[in-house]
Design a protein around this ligand. Sequence first.
Ligand code: ZN
Length: 132
Amino acid sequence: MLEKIDHIGIAVNSVNEVKSLFKKIFNLEPLFEEEVSDQKVRVVGFKCGDSNLEFLEPLNAESPIARYLEKRGEGLHHVAVGVKDIDEALNRLKSTNVRLIDENPRMGAEGKKIAFVHPKSVFGILLELSQE
Ligand code: ZN
């Protein structure tokens, strides 16, 4: 059911700072950069083998990432695993007692279908399911 680590999501104050740092230390350009209006974030993704590193900057104070930064500062926000069929995966989780943040998939970066599982149900990690 789990195909790979799709990406690691990291909360930051400024994706521009990440871009200049990655240019300087890895000579790396972003794979993509976009705004995800649903989450009110600007996302910059870097390719890292078969996975991506995604840096998330809040677009405004209502963004969940703004609240996260306020509480905990910059750092690891979530781990996303790639699944073939997100509806099937969600149905399977619903049939157990796993607490879901998203009962239904929504649109993430790169046009992927995503859904979050509550950290309380998975050992303190905010887990994202992601389908191409
Ligand atoms: Zn993500």
